[in-house]
Every structure is written in C-alpha cells, then in structure tokens.
Design a protein around this ligand. Sequence first.
Ligand SMILES: Cc1ncc(COP(=O)(O)O)c(C=O)c1O
Length: 362
Amino acid sequence: MLSPKESVRAVPAYHPPLAGRDGLRLDFNENTVGCSPRVLEKLQRLTADDLTKYPERHAVETAVAGFLKVKAAETLLTNGVDEAIHLLCQTYLGPGDDVLIVAPTYSMYRIYGMAAGANVISVPLGKNFGFPVTELKQRVTSRTRLIAIANPNNPTGTVATCDQLLELVRAAPNAAVLVDEAYVEFYGQTMIEYRSDSANLFVARTFSKAYGMAGLRVGVLIGNPEQMSAVRLVCSPYNVNAVALASVPEAIRDQSYLAEYVGGVLEARGRLQNWLVLSGIEFWRSEANFVLLRVGSSKADSARFVEKMRLRGILVRDRSSDHGCEGCVRITLGPGEHADRLLEALPSVIEECSIAQGVSRR
Ligand SMILES: Cc1ncc(COP(=O)(O)O)c(C=O)c1O
C-alpha cells in the first residue's frame, strides 16, 4: 500500500479555523479594512490575455527589490511567506539536520521542517516571552541548518533586538537564519541592512498583513545572492500567479494608504493596551497588529471568551494550546471603528467570563 514518507507521517495536522468567518475578523492578523483601492482597480482592468500567459515574475521582483532598496538577485517573490519557509527547508534541510525555533511561534516552521526530515528543536521563550538568545546559541551544533524566528513573534507580539538576532546569525554560520518580518510595518525595525555582512541571513516579508492581500498570496524572500541562486533552483518559475503579480506594483505605489492603515492600527493597539492595563488583565506589549492576553487559566476559559465574542459578531483566536499560553487569546487590531467595536464588547465579555470563573475584577 502507498504510504507517505516517514517524515511526513510524523507531521501534526494543522487546521486553522478558516471556515465561516463572518463578522469582524480579528482572528488571523489580516488587514481588517482591505487592500488599497488601486489594487482593486488594477484587478478590474485585467484581461483574458493577462490570464492566458504563464506569469512572469522578474519585472515585479525587480520593482519590489527597488522598493526594498536591495538587488533583484537578492530578492525572490514567493507564494506568501509560507512558500519562502518551504523553499528554505527544501534548500537546506535533510534527514537528521536540526531546525531551531522558539515556542510559542508561527506553526509552519515546524511543519515544513519536519516534512523535510529534520529534527525541530523548540526553545521556550523566556520570562515575559523574552527572546532566549543565550539558550538558542547553546543549542547550535554542526547539525543546525535552519533557525526560523518571527520578529515580531506570533502569537506573542514580542520582539528580538537586531543585536540579539545578529548574535544568533554569527553563532550559526552553517545555518540559514530566517528572520520572518511578516509584521514589520507595525514595528519599524528590519534586519535587511545586515544581509551584506551575513551570508546566512534571510529576511521574509509579506503582502498578507498590513497590505491586506492575504488572499492573493505574495511574500518576499531576501538573502545573499549566491544563497538565493540555490533557493531559486527549487522554486517553480510560476510560483506567484498573474493576478497577484499585477497587484503588487499598485500596492507598493500606494504607500499613503499603507501609512494611514498602519497609523490607525497603532492607535488601536495603544487604546487596547491602555484598557488592559486599567482593567488589570495580563497581556504582553505587542509590536505587531495583534495583542495576546490572558482571559483565564485554561482552554475552557479561552474557548468561552472566544464564543462570547463571536456571539457579538467579533472573531478572535484561541491560543490556549500554544506553549505558555494557557487561557490566552490573540486579538488582531483594526483601525477606528473596528477598535471601537472591540473596546465596546470587551468589558462585558470579560465581566461575564470573570463571573463564570468566579474571579472578581476591579
Ligand atoms: C510570523 C508569520 N509568518 C508568516 C505568516 C504567513 O504569511 P503569508 O500569508 O505571507 O504566507 C504568518 C501568518 O499568520 C505569520 O504570523
């Protein structure tokens, strides 16, 4: 009987709750408003001819490289950051190699690492979800071939400093070090400028979050030109579809739209965090477009909270199963009215949940 290879049989199934997402979607860290109107206009002008041809990535790749102030040879457009992670696993990992990640973090590093036959070693984040640079460095060996760090991290919203990341890059010269900057627009600090001194450093970006184009699936992988030539060998020439490619130049041209959206989210993040402080609710200061908070002590508590929010038309994500996140939920922020709706619903939901848990709150 046909059987998948052993490394794939060991991969845990990952089913994010994507079905029936009606309501205010604060559950997947997407843009809550939508992409730039320039992108939609461009999509309406697409012709049958545009769709008949196989997509040609190079011109858009060059435009994105110019926007990021890097060379085209250092840049690869991918089918979301997810494909960038997959390609790095394909390029660098074999059976018996080690992948280092932190816990909790984004799920796909483990999934693609395991599928490639590697051992995935996860190092818990420190106190208050601090970045465990010393512990990570201690786990680096000659078998370490990939280190994947989301910065800001998902689901905690916490960050590693550039110095900490550089320390790690230098401690593991035989490993590809991926700094996944999916939420960089909400943070503002990037590792891109360090790529020329560190041939093993890769940076990933996405159009799925701040740009509001998760449905189009476009990411960017940036790295040393020689390493990128190797990554290109395992990448389909048609990995990013024509509709997505047509959208990207419009999206990067409309920086005022992006800036306004990001500004609105940062304001909302400030409002939510202030409210959480005043309410005495445990949370972690976030540098991304979401905040992780503790609404109880168990999965039952966080599930109750998610359900009560859903009944008010607001979707948030239960993160109770993540390492160190018992009773936690992650709430994505949207600007203006989206933040108003969240902050209107939260006090009564927290109150109802506290009553159910027998907790008294000030
Ligand atoms: C840290 C991180 N990286 C990557 C992704 C996925 O990005 P993309 O939609 O570009 O594949 C996510 C989505 O939640 C994420 O949180």
